[in-house]
Design a protein around this ligand. Structure first.
Ligand SMILES: NC(=O)C1=CN([C@@H]2O[C@H](COP(=O)(O)OP(=O)(O)OC[C@H]3O[C@@H](n4cnc5c(N)ncnc54)[C@H](OP(=O)(O)O)[C@@H]3O)[C@@H](O)[C@H]2O)C=CC1
Ligand SMILES: O=C([O-])CC(=O)C(=O)O
Length: 440
């Protein structure tokens, strides 16, 4: 494994550049560096550095190696150092290190998300992590900058940062893959072109996950059009359970909670049981029939049903686009928050009686939604990374009709990417009003 030189990176597509093995224990918060450094072997592998045999733990802490980087071009400063994680796991009752891959890691969303992951607020204060950042030739230098900022943040739980441009390298043994990178729709580009272009990325990443990731890897697709990208990804990863793939609709759920709270004049922690049904697009259906405020059905609290049916739904469907008009770019901080929420919902038990939204594979769903789609639905988790669909959900004509429309859109998207899912020849008959939240 090669290590990047910060000033003049030279690399090939097949190299994963391990930039850093961060070397601080949590005691550094008290200005103490309790380190057990040892020089890295000439060819380094992030996983090797963390699986030291117990007897090596006894070795006295050696001083940090401070070779002049000019004389040792393959590593730089702290990147040349490593540590004995196993000893720290034992003394701090830390869990076993987990590997998390993030694509589009030099992008806006990642710039918020990575720091949340590293802080421990997502996976917990006893969960050390390794971040494996996937970029491209175009973004490689920016990725180095991201890795440097992560280092300078001195996060105790962040034990490794590696960057690379080859998903087969970056996804090696990952337990989580957060697939954020995707090409934005450019001027004059047809939606079918976007589906195809981004679809190609998710074919490659699905294949790479299938080949090298942990076979129980949990995958969250954020890059748009995220539902269909997730479908493409899972179809190209037949060895990974389809159930493990999610497309992000948690941002939509959070937006819906906020607007319901605002209308009801309560703080948003009083709003629960909000489902987003369907596609992360302007056909998505924020469900006010089953949602609750202070434990009561929303329709009992918000008496203005005309607002619920006519304004609320559209407000949520188009929130992303309105924000882009104001900000000049799409939601990044709130998206990162919602990715954090989506992960937390899978690694902590869902509160009694509540649920969360995630777009997941419709295989035997109890709602009569077409099979073989990635469709947002209400889920509950025991906190083990897995989830179950919620069974006792009410439907009325309004909800059913809207869900059907989003289903039709996703079926059309699926036909349009049949060449990427191994399901035949693509036929693109997308509904004309099909849009991403940010495209209106
Ligand atoms: N599901 C949801 O709720 C939401 C989804 N999104 C989607 O998330 C994705 C990322 O958003 P954001 O971080 O703001 O985007 P950015 O443009 O800031 O960065 C995303 C990354 O995507 C990659 N990328 C950019 N352009 C191209 C290209 N032409 N070809 C291939 N890859 C490209 C780049 O990574 P690199 O060069 O390293 O490959 C880039 O760093 C978008 O698809 C956006 O629509 C956004 C908000 C909400
Ligand atoms: O279209 C976009 O990139 C933005 C988006 O998904 C959202 O804000 O929900």
């Amino acid at each position: 494994m090669a290590v990047a030189e910060l000033s003049t990176p030279s690399y090939t597509k097949t190299h994963l550049f391990q930039l850093s093995q961060l070397s601080f224990s949590s005691t550094h918060l008290h200005s103490q560096r309790r380190v057990a450094f040892r020089p890295l072997p000439p060819t380094r592998n992030a996983r090797i550095c963390c699986s030291v045999a117990p007897n090596q733990v006894q070795a006295p802490a050696a001083p940090a190696q401070t070779e002049d980087p000019k004389n040792k071009p393959e590593c730089f400063g702290v990147f040349c150092l490593t540590y004995d994680l196993q000893a720290e796991e034992e003394t701090k009752s830390w869990k076993k290190l987990i590997n998390i891959a993030v694509s589009g890691a030099a992008g806006m969303i990642s710039n918020h998300l990575l720091f949340k992951l590293a802080s421990g607020e997502v996976f917990g204060p006893d969960q050390p992590i390794a971040l494996k950042l996937l970029g491209s030739e175009r973004s490689f230098q920016a990725l180095e900058g991201v890795a440097m900022e992560l280092e300078d943040s001195l996060f105790p739980l962040l034990r490794e940062v590696s960057i690379g441009i080859d998903p087969y390298e970056v996804f090696q043994d990952v337990e989580w893959a957060l697939l954020i990178g995707a090409k934005p729709r450019g001027p004059g580009m047809e939606r079918a072109d976007l589906l195809d272009l981004n679809g190609q990325i998710f074919v490659e990443q699905g294949k790479a996950l299938n080949a090298v990731a942990s076979h129980n890897v949990k995958v969250i697709v954020v890059g748009n059009p995220c539902n269909t990208n997730a479908l493409i990804c899972l179809k190209n990863a037949p060895n990974i359970p389809a159930k493990n793939f999610h497309a992000l609709t948690r941002l939509d759920e959070n937006r819906a909670k906020c607007q319901l709270a605002l209308k009801a004049g309560v703080f948003y922690d009083k709003v629960s049981n909000v489902t987003i049904w369907g596609n992360h697009s302007t056909t998505q259906v924020p469900d006010f029939l089953n949602a609750r405020i202070n434990g009561l059905p929303v329709k009992e609290v918000i008496k203005d049903h005309k607002w619920l049916e006519e304004e609320f739904t559209e407000l949520i469907q188009k929130r992303g686009g309105v924000l882009i008009k104001k900000w000049g770019r799409s939601s990044a901080a709130s998206t990162a928050m919602s990715i954090a929420d989506a992960i937390k919902s899978l690694v902590t038990p869902t509160p009694e009686g509540d649920w969360f939204s995630s777009a997941v594979y419709t295989n035997g769903n109890p709602y009569g939604i077409a099979e073989d789609l990635v469709f947002s639905m209400p889920c509950r988790s025991k906190g083990d990374g897995d989830y179950e669909l919620v069974k006792d959900i009410q439907f009325d004509d309004y909800l059913r009709k809207r869900i059907k429309r989003s289903e039709a859109e996703l079926l059309a998207e699926k036909r349009c990417v049949a060449h990427l899912t191994g399901q035949g020849i693509a036929v693109c008959d997308l509904p004309e009003d099909t849009m991403l939240p940010g495209e209106m």
